[in-house]
Ligand binder design. Structure first.
Ligand SMILES: *[C@@H]1O[C@H](CO)[C@@H](O)[C@H](O)[C@H]1NC(C)=O
Ligand SMILES: *[C@@H]1O[C@H](CO)[C@@H](O)[C@H](O)[C@H]1NC(C)=O
Ligand SMILES: *[C@@H]1O[C@H](CO)[C@@H](O)[C@H](O)[C@H]1NC(C)=O
Ligand SMILES: *[C@@H]1O[C@H](CO)[C@@H](O)[C@H](O)[C@H]1NC(C)=O
Ligand SMILES: *[C@@H]1O[C@H](CO)[C@@H](O)[C@H](O)[C@H]1NC(C)=O
Length: 416
């Protein structure tokens, strides 16, 4: 009786986890993870990566090749880019005239797909070409922020005005619409070894350009549930590619009042109190979240502490953040990527990046600086406005103050 019951329980268990456990190893050339490490063809896979959201926005395939070549020369093995570019119908004429890349057009509660030469064919070229340069891609499905058509478009067009940002995680029509897009992209590339991993969202939070609602507060774990359901959904479409959050790595340290004093006032810290929405430790335990991601921008996160004479240092805060994530990943036995980090100021870069990079490498994670800078691009004579403040200028890819170009040898070489 006990034995029969045991067998029955085991059967039940394996049924309920059949979707999540990848019992079969990934095909040759696909990266997987095991025991806290990335693996490729049965061997540990360690790497330095890069960020370039603008790569699929280039209009010339020669420029895409040239960028990959420059990345390859720096030793980049994994590139993170956007798998979304969405516009409103009202932007369509302008987009067509300016050569802007767009995959989804919103004119009603159902977006329309653009598979044309200014649409997914551009992403096709990036995905298909990456492997030629020994590079694999992390592809994000949408953005927490409005840039390049993030989740606010789903909210505007499906739920309408007056909603909070977090309805994205709960509204069934929005979830279905997002999943329809995810299905489109995953099915298009799921057989490609050039995909490193799928990323559910860039920097998911309770708030975005819209504010957060009462359902997305510390303790509701709304985002954790969404990550779980979404990663389970992606796994049902694609048994082999890894899946990650794309989150900034905020902790939810329950029962700990982590914060800082400023001007006589105690500030509870959203990097630790769960207010942003993430719960890094719990996310890492989800069966279909294959590895952790986090970002690092202390200059902009703690401007009130960051002034001469303060005992706060950008370098030390960064080292702490790196160590805390390394510890969390070790506990969860999953690999980790510091997938965005940036500093402004040449001296800051040359002094602080090496410290951060050393600790990250020592604690066995992969690093992706924000952001890669390409030179010598020649579409439209090397000068082309893209969107927002993004432009090619004299052949250089967009620079938000963080771009790392090859001609800035002292910085470039830190990552080479
Ligand atoms: C178009 O998109 C932007 C966000 O990218 C939004 O602010 C604007 O309201 C949208 N326009 C329409 C007509 O929905
Ligand atoms: C994740 O999803 C699975 C399958 O639906 C469920 O069994 C599990 O409880 C969920 N975990 C969390 C933390 O929500
Ligand atoms: C920095 O100074 C504040 C008081 O202004 C103090 O509470 C805090 O512990 C100090 N931090 C360090 C690392 O010394
Ligand atoms: C270097 O970093 C410090 C500390 O964050 C900051 O105050 C300063 O403005 C930075 N330098 C430049 C040139 O950005
Ligand atoms: C490197 O290239 C960038 C982009 O074209 C340019 O702004 C910068 O002045 C160049 N730096 C050097 C040292 O040549």
């Amino acid at each position: 009786m006990r034995n029969i019951l045991a067998v029955f329980l085991v059967t039940l268990l394996s049924y309920s986890t059949v979707q999540s456990l990848k019992t079969v190893s990934p095909p040759q050339g696909f990266v997987g993870q095991h025991n806290g490490q990335f693996q490729l063809n049965g061997k540990p896979f360690n790497f330095v990566g890069a960020n370039s959201y603008w790569l699929p926005l280039l209009t010339s395939t020669a420029d895409v090749d040239s960028t990959f070549k420059q990345m390859q020369s720096q030793g980049v093995k994994v590139l993170r880019t956007w798998g979304f570019n969405a516009i409103n119908g009202s932007e369509l004429v302008g987009a067509q005239q300016s050569g802007l890349t767009y995959y989804q057009v919103w004119n009603s509660a159902e977006w329309v797909l653009n598979e044309g030469p200014q649409g997914l064919q551009r992403l096709d070229y990036v995905v298909n070409t990456a492997g030629k340069y020994g590079i694999k891609l992390i592809i994000a499905f949408t953005n927490n922020w409005v840039g390049y058509g993030g989740m606010e478009l789903y909210i505007n067009w499906i739920a309408g005005a007056g909603n909070t940002h977090d309805v994205f995680y709960t509204n069934p029509q929005i979830i279905a619409s997002y999943q329809r897009y995810v299905t489109t992209i995953v099915n298009r590339y799921k057989n490609s070894p050039n995909v490193f991993a799928w990323e559910m969202m860039n920097e998911a939070r309770c708030l975005g350009d819209l504010s957060a609602g009462p359902n997305c507060v510390p303790g509701t774990e709304l985002l954790t549930k969404w990550y779980n359901e979404t990663s389970n959904f992606i796994r049902s479409l694609d048994p082999f590619h890894m899946i990650t959050t794309g989150g900034e790595g905020h902790f939810y340290w329950k029962n700990k009042n982590v914060g800082f004093w400023f001007d006589g006032v105690f500030n509870s810290d959203y990097n630790f109190n769960g207010q942003a929405g993430e719960d890094f430790d719990t996310e890492l335990t989800l069966p279909n979240v294959d590895f952790g991601t986090y970002h690092l921008y202390p200059q902009t996160w703690y401007p009130q502490l960051d002034f001469p004479g303060s005992n706060f240092t950008v370098q030390d805060w960064g080292l702490l953040w790196i160590q805390l994530h390394a510890d969390a990943a070790k506990k969860a036995n999953k690999p980790l990527i510091l997938e965005e980090f940036g500093l402004t100021g040449l001296q800051n870069k040359t002094e602080i990046y090496p410290q951060w990079v050393n600790l990250a490498l020592k604690t066995n994670h992969a690093i992706f600086a924000w952001q890669f800078g390409a030179l010598g691009l020649d579409e439209d004579g090397g000068n082309r406005p893209i969107k927002y403040a993004d432009a090619l200028i004299n052949g250089a890819s967009p620079n938000d103050g963080y771009a790392i170009y090859q001609n800035q040898t002292v910085v470039w070489n830190i990552f080479a």
